[in-house]
Design a protein around this ligand. Structure first.
Ligand code: F6P
Length: 491
């Protein structure tokens, strides 16, 4: 069994006197001004949810973009503070970006270029030279912070995601004795899809600065190996899953990311959650309806319109369920400066209005849309009070919402409807797997979920909980650290 303690011990024995540095775009704690007060919030991000417990176990420094409007007010001269604020376990070092840098690097190249390039959701990537140049500059800026943090010590730098593809090479060139690993949290597409990126060579060479490069599933590793094989001069060893470029080796391995099962399971059982469930029912005017739930960042990869259309068809085909089911879609606004995200918000608003206009009766309306940042307590209460939860991504590296759901259901009840285009579907085979593009099948899956007998719900939920319990976030991090040290020492 992998726990925070076993990871902490493993970290001490494997990392020895190496500094442990995590680098990501998104920070785990954001300070914002609310009226006269400064509030500390946890962002809606699978990456930070997963890495925070790892940092709590291992200690070290997390370097990330300081994006909150009060972030500067709570740090020291180096931009650092200790977190979590109520129980400090590690340091957060914030990197400051100008609006122009954030526009070009984060909104531009990362999220209008690489994000749609890697997700097959039929949104065309936009590649602007100016965004690319800013992306490079910001990767350099992150490199300066990492190198200043390391100083003359030895370090293990664990880079996260597609915002920082050039960083590994930059670190290796300046400080070759640093161990560098990266985890790519989103899918890696096939070579035909990837080659439309005008700067694919530089990106690939940047990534080959890593000693170890991790993806969620083997399929993405294979896509990456194929992309390298087609795009640049390198030796691709498919037996050992190693790439050699310019005399340097990079191991490529799958590590399915997960959640802190024990912590979620414990929090789910707190009395405050039951009280919160009551509050939500009262606030939304719910009686004894069955609740369906969607919890997402509002992103076009998540298939939110697709699930609403499936709900609409379900209500049309099965009128007996009208007034007996309420679907709560809770969504956190995301990347709203980008046109495709604005259009998605409008599409969702219009669909909710249309479906409610068609079926609402008296006090009852079929869809409740909460477009707001909800507290961890409210999210937990929602997960616990629903009969079924829907994760309908059109394409998703893993999707941790899918794993948080079974981790929260200590009552062994609830049905997960899950897209087969998520990494999570490889492990959660007791979910109802349904193609979100196939609206008819999707509506049938909803019907199956609401009509499923209690003993079948229990069997499926028990199995899913067992999978997440065994393959938790501590196993994920432990496997990466163990492999990396093995690889580096040539054991
Ligand atoms: O999981 C993929 C990911 O892009 C993470 O890197 C990121 O933290 C999350 O989705 C949320 O996106 P953002 O950081 O752009 O709000």
């Amino acid at each position: 069994m992998h726990t925070r303690e076993t990871l902490s011990q493993l970290g001490k024995s494997k990392l020895g006197d190496y500094l442990f540095i995590v680098v990501s775009n998104r920070e785990p704690y954001v300070h914002t001004r609310k009226g006269g007060d400064i509030k500390c919030e946890v962002p809606a991000s699978g990456l930070t949810v997963a890495l925070d417990p790892v940092m709590r176990a291992c200690g070290g420094t997390w370097i990330a973009h300081g994006s909150g409007d009060a972030d500067m007010e709570v740090v020291d001269k180096l931009g650092k503070l200790s977190v979590p604020p109520d129980d400090p376990k590690y340091s957060l070092r914030r990197v400051w970006l100008s609006k122009q840098q954030e526009d070009g690097y984060y909104y531009g190249f990362s999220n209008e270029g690489l994000w749609p390039l890697c997700h097959i959701a039929y949104t065309r990537p936009v590649f602007r030279e100016s965004d690319w140049l800013t992306y490079k500059k910001v990767n350099h800026l992150f490199a300066e912070h990492v190198l200043s943090e390391i100083g003359d010590k030895k370090a293990f730098v664990f880079v996260q995601d597609y915002h920082l593809a050039l960083l590994p090479r930059m670190i290796k060139e300046r400080k070759p004795d640093t161990i560098v690993a990266q985890f790519w949290h989103i899918p890696w597409p096939n070579p035909e899809a990837f080659r439309i990126c005008p700067w694919q060579d530089e990106i690939l060479k940047g990534l080959l600065g890593n000693d170890l490069l991790g993806f969620h599933i083997r399929y993405h590793c294979n896509n990456f190996m194929d992309t390298i094989d087609r795009a640049i001069e390198a030796r691709v060893d498919r037996e050992r899953y190693e790439i050699t470029h310019g005399g340097k080796k990079t191991a490529v391995c799958p590590y399915p990311i997960s959640v802190d099962f024990e912590e979620i399971d414990r929090e789910a059982q707190e009395e405050v959650v039951t009280a919160e469930m009551e509050k939500i029912r009262a606030r939304l005017g719910l009686r004894d309806e069955l609740v369906g739930l969607g919890l997402d960042r509002i992103d076009y990869t998540k298939g939110i319109p697709d699930r609403l259309r499936a709900m609409e068809l379900f209500l049309e085909k099965y009128p007996d369920y009208r007034q007996r089911v309420v679907f709560i879609q809770a969504g956190v606004p995301s990347r709203i400066h980008i046109g495709t995200y604005k259009a998605l918000n409008e599409e969702i608003d219009a669909l909710v209005e249309k479906i409610n206009g068609k079926y609402a009766a008296g006090e009852w309306k079929p869809i409740v849309y909460l477009r707001e940042h909800l507290s961890p307590l409210t999210l937990m209460a929602l997960r616990r009070m629903c009969r079924f939860s829907v994760v309908s991504s059109l394409h998703d590296g893993m999707n941790l919402v899918a794993k948080e759901f079974p981790a929260s259901r200590f009552d062994e009840d609830g049905v997960l409807i899950l897209s087969p285009f998520t990494g999570a579907s490889r492990e959660l085979t007791d979910a109802l797997l349904v193609n979100p593009y196939a609206t008819d099948h999707f509506a049938e899956a909803i019907r199956k979920a609401v009509a499923m007998p209690a003993n079948e719900r229990q069997r499926r939920m028990r199995n899913m909980r067992q999978v997440v319990r065994e393959n938790n976030i501590y196993k994920w991090a432990g496997d990466i650290i163990s492999d990396l040290v093995k690889f580096d020492c040539g054991e």
